[in-house]
Design a protein around this ligand. Structure first.
Ligand SMILES: [Fe+2]
Length: 331
């Protein structure tokens, strides 16, 4: 497996994945789904967008749903440590030959739009407007009570190159990885989980047609809230939206559920990973065909989970460079 050298002095400092913007086709539907059912706090509603945040988040938004004709992912939002880091990021990405542009974004300060070397659209910022503190405004809690954004998981056509870029250039660290045979030190990554913030991941890359967004992970208050979401969806006509779970991943120790909305956007209500902040924290390595990797209790994931993803705006996905078939549940 690759052993990329971690860059502890990257050219600029990313704090964490902060927010995503998705294109949705029907704001009324999306509001009912993400606010009433899933339990986001609706911070602001404009004629063409919903700005959502979790109950513990002070940032104005961690998910923007913008009206459009074709469902897509507009970009991945990254918070950096300082205004100075934005200028350093501009120079860094310009030096790579990537497009760089200062853009205006609602409720944000200076925002740098660029792409990584694989074409994934990134928007970096330092300052975002703050909403009121609603963590203990329990009378405002509803639905399954979203707490905060946790991570973005991408299909990637070249997991090894993407991991090497984010680790050796931008200071991300690998916490967990999947290989074909972990006894073979040359076995390439089939998937990686990488972080800046001290949890299991900000980004994950999984071998497949990509880059495409597989899902956004959303931290919930408790396992019970995830169970309640399943009950609520099943009893209210939304059962078809329950794609996988609930269950516990071997990877990340996460208790998970996967939902796909009518546009095809997928979220993972998620809780219960672990701290990884030590700079020498060792990665956990899994074999691709270990059934406990996907689900600790052994259940396989459905085919849709391995194949369906959401394209990024302006990016045509490429076939995966590695070929391997994971364990798939019978259709
Ligand atoms: Fe996830």
């Amino acid at each position: 497996m690759p052993n990329d050298i971690i860059n502890f002095t990257p050219p600029f400092n990313i704090v964490r994945v902060s927010h995503l913007e998705w294109i949705v086709t029907d704001l009324g539907y999306s509001k009912e789904y993400y606010v009433d059912l899933v339990g986001y706090h609706l911070e602001e509603e404009t004629k063409d967008a919903l700005y959502l945040r979790g109950m513990e988040e002070l940032n104005h938004h961690s998910l923007i749903l913008r009206k459009g004709d074709v469902p897509k992912v507009s970009y991945l939002g990254l918070k950096v440590f300082s205004e100075d880091d934005l200028d350093k990021a501009f120079v860094f990405f310009q030096g790579l030959g990537q497009s760089v542009e200062w853009v205006q974004r609602h409720a944000q300060g200076r925002t740098l739009r660029t792409t990584d070397p694989f074409g994934m659209p990134l928007e970096l910022y330092y300052e975002m407007d703050r909403g009121s503190d609603i963590l203990q405004k329990y009378h405002l809690y509803h639905g399954a009570r979203v707490q905060r954004i946790d991570h973005a998981n991408m299909f990637h056509n070249d997991v090894n190159a993407a991991t090497a870029f984010y680790v050796s250039q931008l200071g991300f660290r690998v916490t967990e990885a999947t290989v074909l045979d972990k006894r073979d030190s040359e076995s390439p990554y089939m998937a990686t989980w990488i972080h800046r913030k001290g949890g299991v991941h900000d980004f994950a890359f999984t071998n497949g047609l990509g880059p495409r967004l597989h899902h956004m992970g959303v931290w919930m208050p408790s396992v019970q809230d995830i169970i309640h979401l399943c009950d609520s969806m099943a009893s209210n006509g939304w059962r078809d939206s329950l794609e996988r779970g609930p269950g516990r991943h071997g990877i990340a120790n996460a208790f998970f559920l996967y939902l796909r909305d009518r546009d095809g956007h997928r979220i993972e209500p998620y809780v219960s990973d672990y701290q990884t902040v030590d700079p020498d924290h060792p990665a956990r390595i899994w074999n691709l065909h270990d059934p406990m990797r996907q689900t600790l209790w052994g259940q396989a994931a459905p085919r849709s989970w391995f194949e369906l993803g959401m394209e990024f705006e302006g990016l045509t996905p490429k076939p995966a460079s590695l070929q391997a078939v994971p364990i798939i549940a019978p259709d």
